[in-house]
Design a protein around this ligand. Structure first.
Ligand code: ADP
Ligand code: ASP
Ligand code: MG
Length: 416
């Protein structure tokens, strides 16, 4: 039998009891004859606690040192899980990101995996051992410890699965799979049996934190089969597969929300070629991720440009823009953190022009004001007041409930 990668998130390893439970799941998989690689996150809220600890000793924690600190969270989990497996009579070996061969660029806090050299992992598997790998962390070319960004253990798991040629990458979490919306916000959300990499990518990028966006990109590029399932209950979970494996293309497959956005407006920008390049070039150089961009109609040769950035990057965006505004002779920079985004995703919407109108009608009927709109061929996103985000998610889910339920039960292409 083949290699299986199993990733357990923070809630799944939150305390000693949960770790023992994970050890039993892993041991049962090994007993079924599989070679098993396990990727674990830090226990419960350990990463948040470490961040708070850093903030209590430093006003602006040095990125290199912060990564060193945060990586400790996952190191605790691998050692504890390995100890629990030894107690069950299994040979397990805990490995840091570096020992597992995860090499990254040196962008501390959001490093990208450049290559995986899984020799030690492969060696452990050859010897019949269970490899327990620390998620979220890697090593830069300068041999500094790096971290991959919040939720990064998902990416570690997929990268290890690709590197060792695993049959499946199982992502164990605190929900039964990927739902048509965050079940914490929309209680009637339905679990999707299957969805495509593209749909999952848009859902994740639009705020559905169940999988880190980069892990889905990685899985798509390397063709890794991903299964999202619960570590608390049994069940098939959700399969993320290639577009061609799905029997049909759903018009809509999910609603995602993101409360962590800020709206930035640069007032009275001269309407002249090259100005937008100065503004967005400066933001890109500072590593600020810009999402929706709207340029208003110009009056007397000047216009306002609005766009969104992740809320945690809004301070950096503000100081970069203050300089850029001076350079191009623009007016004031306004930052509004009290906004959020609701997005409707579906690979079939590109051939169904009525979807956007129906979404706006539902939001309008609920008295929810839409401030910015952006679309891709398989997504419509609306910026609304932060206080309205959860209600907007519910309203859009209600409006498309039948279509969403239909796509939740989509099947795989019948084998020929
Ligand atoms: P883990 O610690 O296991 O990595 P996360 O908290 O990162 O877990 O992700 C799981 C959470 O993602 C769920 O508890 C759920 O609230 C949230 N979530 C957001 N959108 C969705 C969705 N569409 N389907 C399932 N869960 C979602
Ligand atoms: N522990 C890290 C975090 O909390 C990585 C992860 O859980 O995937 O973001
Ligand atoms: Mg996660």
């Amino acid at each position: 039998m083949g290699v299986v990668v199993q990733k357990f998130g923070g809630t799944s390893v939150a305390d000693a009891e949960r770790i023992s439970h994970v050890a039993q799941t892993v041991a049962a998989t090994a007993d079924a004859g599989h070679s098993v690689c396990v990727v674990v996150s830090a226990m419960g809220r350990a990463t948040d606690d470490l961040l708070a600890l850093a903030a209590s000793v430093s006003r602006d924690p040095h990125p290199r040192e912060l990564d060193m600190l945060l990586s400790a969270g996952e190191c605790v989990s691998i050692a504890l899980l390995s100890l629990a497996l030894h107690d069950l009579g299994r040979e397990a070996v805990s490995l840091t990101g570096f020992q597992a061969g995860i090499f990254t660029d040196s962008r501390h806090g959001s490093a990208r995996i450049l290559t995986v050299r899984p020799e030690r992992v492969a060696d452990a598997l050859r010897r019949g051992r269970i490899a327990i790998i620390a998620g979220f962390q890697g090593m830069s070319c300068d041999t500094d410890v790096t971290t991959l960004g919040r939720g990064g253990s998902d990416t570690t798991a997929v990268a290890i699965a690709a590197a060792v040629g695993a049959d499946v990458c199982e992502i164990y979490t605190d929900v039964d799979g990927v739902f048509t919306a965050d079940p914490r916000v929309v209680p009637e959300a339905v679990k999707l049996d299957m969805l495509s990499y593209d749909e999952m990518l848009e859902l994740a990028a639009s705020g559905a934190q169940v999988l880190m966006t980069r892990s889905v990109e990685y899985a798509r590029v390397h063709g890794v089969r991903v299964q999202v399932r619960s570590s608390f209950t049994d069940g098939e979970g959700t399969w993320i597969v290639g577009d061609d494996e799905l029997a049909e293309r759903a018009i809509v497959s999910g609603v995602a929300h993101d409360s962590g956005e800020a709206k930035v407006t640069l007032h009275r920008v001269l309407h002249r070629p090259g100005v937008a390049a100065v503004v967005f070039g400066a933001l890109a150089d500072a590593g600020v991720n810009v999402d929706m961009i709207v340029q208003n109609v110009s009056h007397e040769g000047r216009t306002d440009i609005s766009f969104t950035v992740p809320e945690r990057e809004s301070d950096r965006a503000g100081s970069v823009l203050a300089d850029a505004a001076r350079e191009i002779g623009a007016g004031a920079v306004e930052i509004d953190p009290d906004v959020g985004k609701v997005s409707l995703i579906g690979a079939g919407m590109r051939s169904n022009p009525g979807v956007a109108a129906e979404m706006f009608a539902a939001l309008g009927a609920a008295g929810i004001d839409v401030e910015l709109i952006s679309t891709s061929s398989i997504r419509i996103s609306c910026i609304v007041r932060a206080a309205d985000v959860e209600r907007a998610t519910q309203v859009v889910h209600d409006a498309f409930a039948d279509a969403l339920a239909y796509s939740a039960a989509r099947e795989a292409v019948a084998p020929s």
